[in-house]
Every structure is written in C-alpha cells, then in structure tokens.
Design a protein around this ligand. Structure first.
Ligand code: MSP
Length: 501
C-alpha cells in the first residue's frame, strides 16, 4: 500500500538553525501527525546536508577533519528536533554510506545512459552558492562573491527535459504550490534551460562524493543533496520499501530553493526514469523587521531560547498560526506573546480550567449524564461537527492557519455558550438542573473535539489535556460527538497555558 511520504529540506550541517528552519520541520511534523491522526500511514523524512565547500572550510578553520566536524554538528539538529517534539521516521545524512553509495550508483547509471558529458565551461561562479550563475540571476538575486571561472566539468543534460517538464507542470496543477511559485518556475522555463554542471574538481573541493567515472572530481552538492529523498527510502536497494513511499506526496521547501527542487530534481528523476513527486510546496520566509531572517544578516531567532522560556508547543502553535502558507510572515516576540495570551491562555486554557473545575465541583469529577438537548446545545454540537469537516478540508488544501482559526472559533464559541448559560450559577442553586448539566456535557465533549484537532500542532499539551479529560492517548481522530461518555472520570487541570506577563 502506498504510504504518505513527506520530506523537509536537508539542512546545511554548519548552520545554526533558526525559527525559519524550524518552521519547515514543524510543518512537516504537523502534516505527518495529521495524516496519521486521520488513519493514513504517513512517513516523514528529514536530515542534514553535509558535503561542500563551506563545510570543508569550517572544519579546516576549527582544525578538525570534515568527518569529525559533521559528526559533532549534526547533534545540534537532532537535539533541536527532539526539543521541538518532531516525530520524524528517518533522518538521513549525506555522509551515510546508504546515501553515498546510491548517489554513485545514480551517477554511474546516468553516465552509462549518456545523460552526463564532459565539457569545458567558462562562466560566472557564485562562491557562496557553490554554482555557476547567469548574468540575469546576478541582476535579480542577492549574490555575494561572484568570480569568473574556467574549468572542465561534467554536465547533466538537463536542457533535454525542458519541454517535458513544462508539460508536466501544466498537466499537474498541484505539482508546484502555491500557484505564484508555479508561475515563477514556468517563467524561468520560458527561456532556454542550460545543462547542469554536476561536478567540482578535487583541486578546489575535496569534501564530496567522488564521481565513479572520474576520481579527479567530486559531485556537485545539490546533485548529492537532492538524492536524499530517494536514497533514504531504499532506491536501488529495497524495491518494496521504495515503491511503497515513492513518489513523495510533499517535498516541503522554502521559496529560495524552489528552482533546485522544481527544475533540477524533476529532470534528474526523468533521466533516471523515475516518477516525479506529487507536490513541491514552497513556503515563504520568516522575516525580522521586514527582512529575511538569515545567519549572514545576523537577525535570526533561536528556537531553543523560545522553547526554554515558553515551551515547544507554544512555538509550534505560533509558527503554524501566524504564517499563511506561501506568504512571508514577520516575527516579533510581542506578536508571539499576544498570540499565546489570546489564543492559548485565554481561549483554550481558560476553557479547560473552567470546564474541569465545574465537573469537579458539581459532579464529583465525573462527566454528567445529559438530558434533552436545547436548540442552543444542538447549535454547539453542529459547530463542533462542522469544525471537524473544515479542519480536514483546510489540511487537505494545506491551509493550516485557517484550520487553526476555525478550531479556535469553536473554542471561543464554547466560552461564549458557557458565559450565556452560566451553569456555575445555576448548579449552585439547583444541582440537577438539566440545562446547566447539558451545557457541561456538551462543552466538555466539544472541547475534546477541539483538543483532538489541535493534536498535530501541539502534541504534548493536547495529550496532557486529553489525559485530564479521561482519555489516555489521542491516536485516531474520533468523529463522534459524545466521546466523553457520562461517568468518565476527569482529572485535575494544572492551567495548561499560564498567562505570560
Ligand atoms: N541544504 C539545502 C537544502 C537541500 S534539500 C535537498 C539548504 N539548506 S538550508 O539549511 O540553507 O535551508 C533549508 C531550508 O530553510 C530552506 O527551505 C530555506 O528556505 C529555509 N529557510 C532558511 N531561512 C528561512 C527563513 N528565514 N524563513 C523560512 N525558511 C527559511 O538550502
């Protein structure tokens, strides 16, 4: 059976990861958890990009070997993903032998099929990007450190696949999302496509995968890196596994690496006669004061600091809620705290406290038996049910921020329903009042629905809350309304989201 397969970019091992990188990984984790929640078998891959000039230079600077350097640095990634509660299924390193051996195999196959040739090339080379660039790219992009370079190199016949790729993009509207990125790539492809230089002479770069047909060269870091998506799942080694995952459902990437994913990668796959991924999803950037958060600009925000102060679920929530997929978003601590206090402390946290306290006080810690529903009750039940539908729809269209907003609307409407019905006042005077009992029964069950739906976004907090509500684990989405049956024992809530002052 075909499994749902989601990938993140593999991050440069040298980099100190900021919330921009964390965003993609959290997004992949949220989608992966969501698919598992609705009963799909889903698999998430992340990893590290460990070859290339910058890594070689960083290791030299520290006076260690590149292997020692990457072995040490990769631990920063796994530690961060653990702290962010990322439940990845596999972590691939481009220095793994399962990867390097298969990159060589792919190079051999393409060489034998004459998809690769040797040529002398003179052009403009971006040292920071580690690739040849065109004049136009330099005009439009933000390249530093451009030099003129003439050398013999190996080239992949990328241009040969230009028409086929255009046709594929036009015939598969979901291949590149959002639409604006698809148009950007079609614009790029409306001009003649060059062949892709896929080698670097060892005189310039040692730290890479040696070309199997010429030991004087290593392979270009992007050719190596892109292959991770198939080497990790057993391409050319475990056919059964490979066929049950490939083609990937989602390659999640930032908009700056859309060309490598939507042009280089599909043409490589075409040459290898492999199917193309179903969707390449390019998200926008996290900005700080309107400019891209990046190491070179020194304006990055460390996710570890935010996790230590406010917990990983608050960060996961904020990043998912405040970025509309595809668009840029501005980060500020002030916005983070406002979002936390209004949505999590006020709307969600208060609701949990309110309901559990009432169950404790008036019903001895046990979910009460409802009577005949009023129109008000039925209205709330209808909102809860339609929130399940809208969440599924929004996730399918990758509108995570809209999904969250709808779930929060449900929680807000529960707070309002309780404020209007005031069961706390009525039960004090009349302990068996049906209307008041109903409002507790209905609101606790609707709260559980909201908690289930927020589970992929905030796995730890929602598990804690569901434990308080008497359910041990949120495993599969239960679409029934009355999940917390009368008689269910409720625990004590310890204010899941205390207000940040
Ligand atoms: N190693 C390559 C990817 C190879 S995938 C086969 C790479 N690594 S990276 O570490 O520089 O970037 C990884 C991802 O982080 C990219 O998708 C990039 O868009 C994303 N981000 C880096 N800065 C970002 C923001 N400020 N905001 C959102 N995402 C950003 O490129």
């Amino acid at each position: 059976m075909k499994k749902n397969y989601i990938t993140t970019p593999i991050y440069y091992v040298n980099d100190k990861l900021h919330i921009g990188h964390a965003y993609t990984t959290i997004l992949a984790d949220v989608l992966n958890r969501f698919h598992n929640l609705i009963g799909h078998k889903s698999f998430m891959l992340t990893g590290s990009d460990e070859h290339g000039q910058k890594v070689q230079e960083a290791a030299e600077k520290r006076g260690v070997s590149p292997v020692e350097h990457v072995d040490e640095y990769v631990l920063n990634f796994t530690k961060l993903w653990e702290k962010l509660n990322i439940n990845y299924d596999d972590f691939i390193r481009t220095t793994d032998s399962r990867h390097t051996s298969k990159v060589k195999e792919m190079l051999t196959q393409l060489w034998e099929k004459e998809e690769i040739y040797l040529d002398e090339y003179e052009g403009l080379y971006s040292v920071s990007e580690e690739r040849f660039v065109t004049e136009k790219e330099i005009d439009e992009g933000d390249f530093k450190n451009i030099i003129k370079l003439k050398e013999k190199n190996y080239f992949f016949k990328m241009s040969k696949y230009q028409d086929k790729l255009i046709e594929h993009i036009n015939q598969n509207p979901k291949f590149i999302c959002p639409e604006s990125r698809k148009n950007e790539i079609l614009g790029f492809l409306s001009k003649p496509l060059n062949d892709l230089c896929i080698s670097r002479p060892k005189s310039r770069l040692n730290w890479g995968i040696e070309l199997p047909f010429d030991s004087n060269y290593v392979t270009y870091v992007w050719f190596d890196a892109l292959m991770n998506y198939i080497t990790a799942i057993g391409w050319d080694s475990n056919e059964k596994k490979f066929n049950s995952y490939w083609p990937a459902n989602y390659h999640l990437v930032g908009k700056d690496i859309i060309t490598t994913h939507a042009v280089y990668w599909p043409t490589m796959l075409m040459a290898a006669k492999l199917p193309l991924p179903k969707t390449i999803l390019a998200h926008g950037w996290w900005l700080f004061d309107d400019s891209k958060m990046s190491k070179t600009d020194g304006n990055t925000v460390d996710p570890l600091e935010l996790i230590d102060l406010y917990g990983e679920d608050s960060l996961r929530y904020y990043l998912m809620r405040d970025m509309a997929l595809g668009q840029d978003a501005n980060y500020s601590l002030d916005k983070f705290i406002k979002r936390y206090n209004s949505d999590l402390a006020n709307d969600f946290g208060n609701l949990v406290n309110r309901i559990t306290i009432m169950v404790k006080k008036h019903f001895n810690d046990v979910v009460p038996e409802p009577g005949d529903y009023t129109e008000d009750d039925l209205n709330v039940i209808a909102i809860a049910k339609s929130t399940i539908d809208s969440t599924l729809r929004n996730f399918e269209h990758l509108k995570i921020h809209d999904a969250i907003e709808d779930i929060l609307k449900l929680l807000r409407s529960l707070n309002k329903y309780l404020e209007i019905n005031e069961p706390w006042k009525i039960l004090k005077k009349e302990p068996n009042n049906v209307k008041a009992t109903n409002s507790i029964y209905v609101s606790i069950n609707a709260l559980y629905i909201g908690t289930q739906l927020l589970h992929p976004i905030m796995p730890r907090k929602t598990t804690e809350i569901s434990n308080v509500l008497g359910i041990e684990k949120i495993q599969h989405l239960n679409r029934n309304f009355d999940i917390l049956k009368p008689g269910t024992k409720i625990g004590k809530s310890n204010s899941p989201f205390p207000r940040i002052q």
